[in-house]
Each structure stands twice: as C-alpha cells, then as structure tokens.
Design a protein. Structure first.
Length: 399
C-alpha cells in the first residue's frame, strides 16, 4: 500500500476537534453534550444580513476577484476607522476565513527554516500551518498565574537570532482571553523596527474587550510596512461557516505576494462575501448586545470556576475563552472520560485539552480551554457537570 507523506504523518490533530468521534458516540447513547470546546457562538448571525444574502444570490454564483469583492474591501476599510485605523480598500485582501489568512501570510513572508516568535499558549492552527511550510516556531511561555500577560520586551529580544523573521501575536487572545495593553505593543513596535521583523497580529476578537480599550497594531504608523493584521467575520458576527476573513497590510510587496497565492485558489466564497458586507451595514446595536451577553457569561464562568475545589483560573479580559487548570494529572484523558463514561442528569460537557495549544504539550497537561459560548443558564449546568465530573473522576483515580 502506498505510504502517506511524512508531512501528513507528523501533523498533529486539532486539539479542538479530535474528540468529535467520542462526542458523536455519546450522543448515540442518549447523552446531551454541552459544548465548551470550540469557539462556535450560539448567538444568531445578524438577521438583516442573512436576509440580504437571500435577496442578492443570483441564479449563477460565478467566480469573483481573487483578492475579494471591491465593495467588501471598501466596507472593511471603513469599518476599521472606528479603531482609529486609516487604510485603503487595496490594503484589504479577502480570504477563505482567518485560517487561509494565516496560511497565505506564513507562505508569503517566510521560507523553510525561518523562525517566528509566538507567546504560548497559542491558537493551534499557527503550529499546524507553520509545520506545513517548514517554518520554525520559537515559543515564549506565558502563565496562567500571571493571566498570560505579554512577556517583557527583553524576553523577546533575547531569543531573536539571525533567521528570526517575525513576532506573531493573537490579540485579544485565543486560547487565553488576554488583552495586550497599548504601551506593551508600542514597545514591541520599537523592537520590530530595530531588528527589521514582521509583526503579525491576529485581531479576530477585537470587538470583545471588557475592561480596557483595544488598540490595533495598524495604528503603529512608524512600522506600517512591518505590520500584518489577520481578521474574520466568524466570531464577531457569529458567521463561522461563511468562511470570510482578511489580511490587512500596507506593505505593497507583500500584497503582491499574497495575491499570487489568492489566485491559486481562484476566489474567496462569494455568498460569504455578500453576507460579510451586509453584516457591516448595521453593527453598533448588534455588537453592543453581543458583547454584553459574553460579558455576563464571562462573569458567571469565573464565579463558578472559582468555587470549584482545586480549580485554578483567572478573569479573562477579552475574547470568550478561559484557560483553566484542573486538579487532575491528564486533561486529555479526563476530557475523553467525560464523553465515554460520565453523565450528570443526562448531560456531559466537551472541553478542549490545552496541551494542543502549547509548543511543548506537557505545559498544558492539566489545563483545558473553555469557550463561554453558551447562555448563562447552560453555563451553570455545564459547571454543575464539571464539578460533579471532577469529584467522580478523582474518586475513581484514588481507588
């Protein structure tokens, strides 16, 4: 039988989706699963946008421009003004979700053997796509005890070597729920300029900042040729399946390179682009309500987690995730057990083991990522499940 590639063999499974077969089996046995494992919002996509898609879809869904519809690119450029960002439509390239934005950015900026510095834990796809391109990740470990705050500038500078090409951030953070402050980003800009690096920032969760204001790195005019921002409508407009994201950069050479990759896949989804453009037409009221819902869930989750014996957590100040340390030896085994051997009043929960969000999986061995994408009542029930599950699992392991 022919062998698969070494690249395919070495690629890790998604830490978010690898438990899916166990979840499907659990449902077949009659269990109801409360999903805290994936950033799939339960909030409705803007109704007016969905209706506009129905009205605008033509009889033939034809190819569009490889870099995306110009009307959408202009709409996105206008949207960024609310964050004091001044960009042209030409600075926006539409992608098939943020995942393709990551892939195009990595392949346009870096060669095999180049290094990028990323604070960990980080979104697992950064590692998967980097592996595909032979790009080396140099992690800087952040800790739950410190709320996963941005490492010091000295820490970044100490690990810059001759083949370091970029610093890569997720701000606000997935999986951590952290928000990097403006002063830290400004200091990082000086370092990027000093060493002539790219600064790549995934800003997908920018609308969900609860105590402090968000600052986009696109406002750092002194390094505008170095900055690349990744974005998406998936989370902010609860439109994950539309598969519409963006790369935003003022670097013209980089724009040209990205467009060549975009041409290879022909065009981003046309129906998704219609939806995206409509979503931006009436954002203020929708986003205010959505942010308030997530804030209520954030507070409830922290309250409940803090009351469970042995659980270590922190108050996330952005996005809709919390990294949690559980009083167990192996979070992955615990997450499997929750699906195969446990239920609480007919319910169980699905969590994301945190090991897949670290370059060194052992660092996340006792941790899970919880996505607070359920309403407050269901979150309460999910925490009842977690508390009961931890008690039963600990007793089983003690036997």
């Amino acid at each position: 039988m022919p062998k698969i590639s070494k690249r395919g063999e070495a690629l890790s499974e998604s830490p978010i989706r690898f438990l899916a077969p166990l979840a499907r089996n659990a449902v077949k046995t009659g269990k109801k699963i409360l999903h805290l494992n994936i950033g799939q919002p339960d909030i409705l996509t803007p109704t007016n946008a969905v209706n506009q898609v129905k009205d605008q879809v033509s009889e033939i869904i034809a190819y569009g421009p490889s870099e995306g519809k110009m009307s959408l690119r202009k709409t996105v450029a206008d949207y960024y003004q609310k964050f004091d960002v001044s960009i042209e439509p030409e600075d926006v390239i539409v992608t098939t979700g943020a995942s393709e934005a990551i892939l195009f950015t990595l392949f346009s900026c870096f060669d095999s053997g180049d290094e990028i510095i990323i604070p960990e834990p980080f979104y697992a796809n950064y590692l998967g796509f980097s592996h595909m391109g032979g790009i080396r990740i140099r992690p800087i470990t952040t800790t739950l005890e410190e709320g996963f705050k941005l490492p010091s500038i000295d820490t970044f500078e100490r690990i810059i070597v001759s083949n370091t090409r970029a610093i890569f951030l997720c701000n606000p953070g997935n999986p951590t729920g952290q928000l990097y402050d403006a002063e830290s980003l400004k200091q990082l800009a000086k370092l990027v300029k000093k060493h002539d690096l790219f600064l790549v920032v995934d800003e997908v969760y920018r609308e969900f900042c609860y105590e402090e204001a968000f600052m986009s790195v696109l406002t750092l005019s002194e390094i505008e040729e170095h900055v690349i921002v990744l974005d998406s409508i998936s989370k902010v407009f609860s439109s994950c399946g539309a598969r519409v994201g963006y790369i935003v950069t003022k670097n013209k050479d980089l724009q040209g390179s990205i467009k060549k990759f975009a041409q290879l896949r022909l065009c981003p989804p046309m129906i998704g682009q219609i939806l995206a453009e409509a979503c931006y037409s009436d954002t203020a009221d929708y986003l205010t309500k959505v942010k308030e819902k997530y804030n209520q869930r954030r507070l409830k989750l922290y309250e409940r987690l803090s009351a469970i014996e042995g659980v270590k957590c922190y108050m996330p100040n952005a996005a809709f995730y919390n990294m949690v340390e559980l009083p167990i030896d192996d979070a992955q085994e615990f997450c499997k057990w929750l699906l195969t051997d446990f239920d609480y009043k007919g319910y169980t929960i699905m969590l994301a083991p945190a090991s897949g969000f670290y370059f060194n999986p052992a660092l996340g061995r006792k941790q899970v990522r919880i996505a607070f994408v359920l309403d407050v009542e269901k979150l309460d029930l999910a925490m009842d499940c977690l508390e009961a599950g931890l008690k039963e699992y600990t007793e089983l392991k003690a036997v």
